[in-house]
Design a binder for this molecule. Structure first.
Ligand SMILES: NC(=O)c1ccc[n+]([C@@H]2O[C@H](COP(=O)([O-])OP(=O)(O)OC[C@H]3O[C@@H](n4cnc5c(N)ncnc54)[C@H](OP(=O)(O)O)[C@@H]3O)[C@@H](O)[C@H]2O)c1
Length: 329
C-alpha cells in the first residue's frame, strides 16, 4: 500500500543510469520537497559515480537492493523498454511507487500486468510520458478543447533525426526493443490520441533495418468527417519535429522539438503568426515529477492525466501499428 506521504519530502530512487537518467536527476534536483535518495545500476562503480554527481545518499550495484531499501518512496525506471515490466513489478511488489519511462512496456498484455499489480498492491504507478505535463502542451490541449480556433481538420506530427547512435546501441537492437516507433514515434502517436482520440482506421508503413527494427515509420490515422492525422518517426533523417493542428479558424503549431519544452505559434486565418514563449527554465522533467509527488502526497494510486486507460490505449495503438508493419519483438 502507498505510504502516507502527506507534506513529506519524497525520497526518490533511479534505476538504469543511462542517458535519460542523467537528465531526470538534474531536474529532480530542482523540485521542492523531493530528494534523490538512491540510485541503482548493474555496476557498483557506475552507481557510485552517479550518486556522487547528483548527491544521492545511497548507490546500489543491482536493482534488487534498491527495492529492499525501506526509505525509498518512489522509483524512476530508466532501463530499456524490454525491462520495464519486470522492473516495475519488482518495485510495486515491495510497495514502492513507480514512474516508468515510455513506452510503458512492450505490449498491452505487459502493461495490463503492471496495472493489475499496482491495483493489487494499492501503489501508485504512472507512465513517464513527460510531454503530457509540459505547460505548452497543456495550453494546446486547453485551446483545442475550448475550440478557440474551431475543430481540428488535420494533424501533422513528426519526430525524426539522423541518429548517431552506435550500431550496438539499444535503439537498433531488437532484443532491447529498438526501433523508431517505440522510441520516438510514440510522441506523434501520443499527440494524436490525446487530442483526436482513437482513430477509426489506420495505415502504416515502415523501413526495417538489417537488425530487424524500424528505422522509419509513417502512420496515417483516419477519423470521422475525413479528419486525418499524419504521424511519422525516423532515425535516419532530420525532420521538423513539430506538431501542427490545422483547425477551422487557424493553425496551432507546437514548434520544434514539440515533445519537449518549446514555444507555440498560432496563426489565425488571414492574420500574422504570433508565438507564445513558456519561459522554461529546466529540461522539463520536473513537471511530471511534481505531478507524481502530489499524487503520492494525496495517497492516489493513479494519475488523472496519464491514466491507466490512456496508457493502455497508447500501447494498444503501438501494438496495432506493429501488426501492420509486421514488427514483432
Ligand atoms: N522521456 C524521455 O525524454 C526519454 C528520452 C530518452 C529515453 N527515454 C526512455 O528511457 C529508457 C532508457 O533510455 P536511455 O536513452 O536512457 O537508454 P540508455 O542510455 O541506453 O540507458 C539505459 C540504461 O538501462 C540500463 N540497462 C539495464 N539492462 C540493460 C541492457 N541489457 N542493455 C543496456 N542497458 C541496460 C543501463 O543502466 P545501468 O548500467 O546503470 O544498469 C543503461 O545505462 C527507454 O525506455 C527510452 O524509451 C525517455
Amino acid at each position: 500500500m502507498t505510504k502516507n506521504l502527506h507534506r513529506k519530502t519524497i525520497n526518490w530512487g533511479i534505476i538504469g543510469l543511462g542517458k535519460i537518467a542523467h537528465k531526470f536527476a538534474k531536474d529532480l534536483l530542482t523540485v521542492e520537497n523531493a530528494n534523490l535518495y538512491a540510485v541503482a545500476s548493474r555496476s557498483s562503480a557506475k552507481a557510485n559515480e552517479f550518486a556522487q554527481q547528483y548527491n544521492a545518499s545511497k548507490a546500489y550495484g543491482c536493482y534488487e537492493d534498491l527495492a529492499e531499501d525501506p526509505n525509498i518512496d518512489a522509483v524512476y525506471i530508466a532501463t530499456p523498454h524490454v525491462f520495464h515490466k519486470e522492473n516495475t513489478l519488482l518495485y510495486l511488489e515491495n510497495g514502492i511507487a513507480v514512474l516508468c519511462e515510455k513506452p510503458f512496456a512492450m505490449n498491452v498484455e505487459e502493461v495490463e500486468q503492471m496495472i493489475a499489480k499496482a491495483k493489487e498492491k494499492n501503489v501508485l504507478l504512472m507512465e513517464a510520458l513527460w510531454t503530457y505535463f509540459l505547460p505548452h502542451y497543456q495550453f494546446v490541449l486547453k485551446t483545442l478543447e475550448d475550440k478557440t480556433y474551431g475543430n481540428i481538420l488535420k494533424l501533422k506530427a513528426d519526430f525524426g533525426f539522423k541518429s548517431n547512435h552506435s550500431k550496438t546501441s539499444r535503439v537498433w537492437e531488437k532484443s532491447l526493443g529498438g526501433g523508431s516507433l517505440l522510441d520516438i514515434g510514440i510522441y506523434p502517436i501520443f499527440t494524436a490520441l490525446s487530442t483526436l482520440g482513437n482513430p477509426n482506421t489506420m495505415e502504416a508503413k515502415a523501413t526495417i533495418t538489417e537488425t530487424g527494427v524500424d528505422s522509419t515509420c509513417k502512420v496515417e490515422f483516419n477519423y470521422n468527417q475525413n479528419i486525418k492525422a499524419f504521424l511519422e518517426s525516423s532515425f535516419i533523417e532530420d525532420t521538423p519535429t513539430e506538431a501542427i493542428f490545422y483547425c477551422e479558424k487557424g493553425t496551432i503549431k507546437i514548434n520544434t522539438r514539440f515533445h519537449s519544452p518549446t514555444t507555440v505559434s498560432i496563426t489565425e486565418l488571414n492574420d500574422k503568426e504570433k508565438t507564445i514563449d513558456f519561459n522554461y527554465k529546466t529540461i522539463g522533467y520536473n513537471y511530471e515529477i511534481e505531478h507524481f509527488n502530489n499524487l503520492l502526497r494525496q495517497g492516489k494510486t493513479e494519475s488523472d492525466i496519464m491514466t491507466f486507460v490512456f496508457s493502455k490505449q497508447l500501447i494498444k495503438t503501438l501494438d496495432d501499428i506493429r501488426n501492420i508493419i509486421n514488427l514483432q519483438y
